[in-house]
Design a protein around this ligand. Structure first.
Ligand SMILES: Nc1ncnc2c1ncn2[C@@H]1O[C@H](COP(=O)(O)OP(=O)(O)OP(=O)(O)O)[C@@H](O)[C@H]1O
Ligand SMILES: [Mg+2]
Length: 148
């Protein structure tokens, strides 16, 4: 189906994110769409680390990004079998990077789960999903997370 030729699916690698990935995989197989699996590595290094400099902090974050990129490739091999898939691991603020990626890469559907690693379960949507829904340039398909 031409209008969903490129699907962006997001993950923080939590179990809660998996239903979105599973749904994107089945849509991709059904429609013959390309899938991009995106993970954003956020700067959550505690200030108490007292890192010597910004460049040291950047170096640590870049190491986290490289590890995440490897984990993502493995994850795609496990959960997006039979799909034409690319992976992307970027640094930044999750919702902002997801929306920017969709805008810059002609994405025509974003698929994501309702929740991720965050601790609060009683709210309807996690903050990343909520922000993406507010700013996305294309339709967003939100799947319920297990127990969410
Ligand atoms: N760092 C990230 N990189 C890529 N996708 C993410 C990231 N964080 C969240 N997402 C996507 O957003 C979905 C919902 O996660 P979200 O962060 O909104 O909820 P939460 O973690 O339960 O709550 P909160 O982060 O608001 O405490 C996840 O299933 C995942 O698809
Ligand atoms: Mg979260």
């Amino acid at each position: 189906m031409a209008e969903f030729s490129r699907i962006l699916v997001t993950t923080d690698l939590s179990d809660q994110a998996l239903p979105g990935v599973v749904r994107a995989a089945s849509l991709s197989r059904l429609l013959g769409s390309e899938v991009v699996l995106l993970l954003v590595v956020e700067d959550d290094l505690p200030p108490i680390l007292g890192l010597p400099s910004d460049s040291e902090r950047d170096r640590i974050l870049e190491t986290h990004r490289e590890r995440a990129a490897e984990a993502l490739t493995e994850y795609a091999g496990e959960h997006l079998v039979g799909c034409q898939v690319e992976t992307a691991a970027v640094l930044g603020v999750a919702a902002r990077e997801i929306v920017a990626y969709a805008k810059e890469n002609a994405v025509d559907l974003i698929v994501m789960a309702s929740h991720g690693y965050g601790p609060i379960r009683q709210i309807l949507l996690g903050s990343t999903t909520e922000r993406v829904l507010h700013h996305a340039p294309c339709p967003v398909l939100v799947t319920p997370s297990r127990g969410g």
